[in-house]
Design a protein around this ligand. Structure first.
Ligand SMILES: N[C@@H](CCC(=O)N[C@@H](CS)C(=O)NCC(=O)O)C(=O)O
Length: 205
C-alpha cells in the first residue's frame, strides 16, 4: 500500500492508523501547492480530486476520503479494535463521530487557513468551532477517548484536525479535557512515529 500525504494535513490521520495497525506501507509525501510527489509525479494522476489523503492499494485501486480510508484500514485488522465491528451499533456511533469531525471540525476550520479572511468572519467560524469544542469536552470530561476507554480511528482523526488550532491562534489549553486528550494521543508510539516521518513538530500548541 502507498499513502499519499502532505505536511500538516488530514492525511496524518490514516498515517497514524497505518502505524497503529503495524501494516506495511510506503509514505509518499506530496507538495500540496504544486501537487507534485517527492519523486516528481503529478499527484492528480493518482487522485484527480487533487487532495490528500489517498491510499493506493497493491492492486492499483485508489481510495480517498479520510473517514473511508481509516475504516477500511481498521477492518483489515479488526482484532486491533480501532473500529467496532461493521454492522454493529457501536460502528454507527464511530461513523457518527467521523462525520462530526469531518463536517464540523475539519471543514469547520478549513476557512481559517485563509489569512485574508476579515476578522468578523474569522470570529464567526471560531465561535462555531468553540461550540463544537464544548460538545467534545462534554464527552472527554468523562472518558479518555471518543468512543469509550479505547483509542479508535476517530481519535486519530480528531487529534489530527485539532493540531491545526495553533495556526489559528486558538489555545487548546483553554479546553482542559481536549488538551489532556491531545497529550494522551500524542504520547502514543504510532503518533510519535508518524510525526517524525512527516517531520512535524511534536507539540499541538
Ligand atoms: N473530503 C476530503 C477532504 C480532504 C482535504 O480537505 N484535504 C486537504 C488537506 S486536509 C487538501 O489536501 N487540500 C488541498 C486541495 O484541496 O487542493 C477528506 O475528508 O478526505
Amino acid at each position: 500500500m502507498k499513502l499519499y500525504s502532505a505536511e500538516n494535513t488530514c492525511s496524518l490521520s490514516p498515517h497514524i492508523v497505518l502505524r497503529e495497525l503495524g501494516l506495511g506501507f510506503d509514505l509518499v509525501m506530496i507538495n500540496n501547492k504544486t501537487k507534485e510527489t517527492a519523486t516528481g509525479e503529478d499527484f492528480r494522476t493518482i487522485n484527480p480530486k487533487g487532495y490528500v489523503a489517498a491510499l493506493q492499494l497493491d492492486d492499483g485501486q485508489v481510495l480517498t476520503e479520510g473517514p473511508a480510508i481509516v475504516q477500511f484500514l481498521a477492518d483489515l485488522k479488526p482484532d486491533a479494535g480501532l473500529a467496532p465491528r461493521a454492522g454493529s451499533w457501536e460502528r454507527v456511533r464511530l461513523q457518527e463521530w467521523l462525520n462530526f469531525i469531518t463536517s464540523e471540525v475539519h471543514s469547520g476550520s478549513a476557512p481559517l487557513f485563509n489569512a485574508w479572511l476579515p476578522e468578523a468572519v474569522q470570529s464567526h467560524f471560531k465561535e462555531r468551532l468553540f461550540h463544537r469544542f464544548r460538545e467534545i469536552t462534554a464527552v472527554l470530561d468523562t472518558q479518555p477517548y471518543l468512543l469509550n476507554g479505547h483509542f479508535s480511528v476517530a481519535d486519530a482523526y480528531l487529534y489530527t484536525v485539532l493540531r491545526w488550532m495553533k495556526f489559528f491562534a486558538i489555545d487548546l489549553r483553554d479546553w482542559p479535557a481536549i488538551w489532556a486528550f491531545m497529550e494522551r494521543v500524542e504520547a502514543r508510539p504510532s503518533v510519535q512515529a508518524a510525526l517524525e516521518a512527516e517531520r512535524l513538530a511534536p507539540k499541538p500548541a
